[in-house]
Design a protein around this ligand. Sequence first.
Ligand SMILES: [Zn+2]
Length: 209
Amino acid sequence: MPYNSYMDKSDDNVASLPVADDSLPSAAGASLQAADGQAERDRHFMGLALAQARQAGAIGEVPIGAVVAIGDRLVASAHNRREVDADPAAHAEFSAICAAAAQLGRWRLSDCTVYVTLEPCLMCAGLMLQARIARCVYGAPDPKAGALGTLYCVNADSRLNHRFAVESGVLAAESAELLRGFFVALRGRGAAGRGETGQGAAERGGGDG
Ligand SMILES: [Zn+2]
């Protein structure tokens, strides 16, 4: 199940990521200095996404957060609200992209970078295609649902009409630790015993980034 993969132990999922197409807006700057600046910006925005993830955890949601930025400017942020909204589409990055489009007054987000703490699923990667985003930066890989390098490479499929750059592993340890801690706590409260779809699977283990 998307979003619940970190309940499974898996230490063999170190991201093997698609290399960004040269023609795409890319993390690789013309100079080392530019690359350093980009890495610093990536960590900054991923820190904001992690803060969103903590907000999700605080309301009992799987702790995943996302922000959308244009260069140095924060456009929108959101966190997972699938349970509280009873909405299967309320994934952090999905909501952040929709909020960014509303904020900007346009659906085409070709100047936007989406930062999300966990590798996007097929639905969210699909929305990234639809929104024509420039780039996605994510933290931890998702061995059960990841569509940007782990199970699929939706961002780099030449059959599709849009491609975008992907950067993975940014503050991945922090993201994975948040998820692991959430499911350990859930198990500690005995919630796993309820056997609910998805989160009930927490009984299987603490997960591993
Ligand atoms: Zn998703």
